[in-house]
Design a protein around this ligand. Sequence first.
Ligand SMILES: [Zn+2]
Length: 123
Amino acid sequence: MDKQDRIESGGYMFAQPTTFSDAFPTIKELSVKVEVRKGGPMDGAPRVLHFSIQNPPGEYVSCTNSRCTEGGWCIGDVLREMVAKSETSKTTGGICTGRERMNRASFRECLTHFMAEITVSYT
Ligand SMILES: [Zn+2]
């Protein structure tokens, strides 16, 4: 299994494979809407993803750019920061960490932009 497969499977990349509830034991309810804009922040046709405690996100939200390598946005970091600060709602965004393959030898930064509305309640 290569790195991309692990990202696609939605697992949390801690020392041990774990589940969302193991990774975030204090989160009781979760509502996440992520808008993924493949063309950058001004893309008018985002792909909208929804996550909940029954259907939690993985460590990374996958990039929708098929030419992107090892791409995605680390929502795990955002959730860990929210838990650390006991935040209950947050609107935040970021860009893909991947690179887009132009040809065999050259890459450019992937343009995919992620914007998330996150609501959390705690146990
Ligand atoms: Zn990407």
